[in-house]
Write a protein that binds this ligand. Sequence first.
Ligand SMILES: NC(=O)c1ccc[n+]([C@@H]2O[C@H](COP(=O)([O-])OP(=O)(O)OC[C@H]3O[C@@H](n4cnc5c(N)ncnc54)[C@H](OP(=O)(O)O)[C@@H]3O)[C@@H](O)[C@H]2O)c1
Length: 290
Amino acid sequence: MRGITLLLSILAILAVWVAFSWRDTFEPESLSGARVLVTGASDGIGEQMAYHYARFGAQIVLTARREAVLQKVMAKCLELGAKKAIYFSADMASPTEPENLVRFALQHLGGLDYVVLNHIGSTPFEMWDGDMDQQRWLMQVNFFSYVAIASAALPALTESKGSLVVVSSLAGRIANPYVASYAATKFGLEGFFGSLRHELIMQKKDVSITLCFLGLIDTKNAMEKVKGKVNMSAAPASEAALAIVKGGVTRAAEIFYPWTVQLLFLIRDWFPDQRDKIIRGYYNYDPPHA
Ligand SMILES: NC(=O)c1ccc[n+]([C@@H]2O[C@H](COP(=O)([O-])OP(=O)(O)OC[C@H]3O[C@@H](n4cnc5c(N)ncnc54)[C@H](OP(=O)(O)O)[C@@H]3O)[C@@H](O)[C@H]2O)c1
């Protein structure tokens, strides 16, 4: 009897926790006129985020490398209702571009309310081959440029009591095969931005940091990479993008999309050997023939 009471109490606590953590406090009107910088905005989830911000009437600076594509995304943002949409084409492999980007955004928007760090350099979905030049390049694009953009934007975000939104991955907290170099950059993001969040709070600076952990999402690039190599279904990019936008507005410390990612993180350390066996079961591998 006592056991059943305990179980019911635990279930009741869980139900309250789930209801509390899933309640939607998002107020779209707060984005009207908001000054937003979105990186990796020419494609995939970043492009979808740009369209959501546009529908909510934000002022947006879009960035990525391909100018012609950015022009199209910018035009669509204006059609959808963005108060302003401009672009800055730049390669985040360049150590000087992050500061140039923030300077451009501040010049054109007069301040910043949201900085959404989302771009990634393209990496093969294969076993680690020891290519250190590729690893250094990827650290620059996926990690150092995030730190540099955030650092350059912090004074403006402090003034506006704004938000930093950092897009990470399931692979940024749970190791998976075929993504060693990518996972290293994503694991680094949680360490850096988690620590920075503490420091901002200790300094009483009202800048929120939202870390976004995504599972497999159906962007063109991701789908091409994993084709024939993983046995998993992908969630829609537009919904992932909306979850990220909401996470920033509600100043959540972390968001998980789809929700199963949070469940996986909760049980991550319970049975490590079985966990890793299950993970490997999702990946196909054809050993090279001798
Ligand atoms: N899709 C997934 O399954 C998935 C899963 C977990 C997490 N995520 C995370 O979600 C975010 C977006 O992923 P995605 O799938 O939407 O990516 P994506 O479709 O490959 O888009 C990447 C974006 O980054 C830009 N980019 C690439 N190299 C760049 C460089 N050197 N400098 C500046 N910009 C560059 C690309 O534009 P240009 O080519 O024009 O530069 C593009 O706009 C990433 O942080 C990723 O880690 C994705």
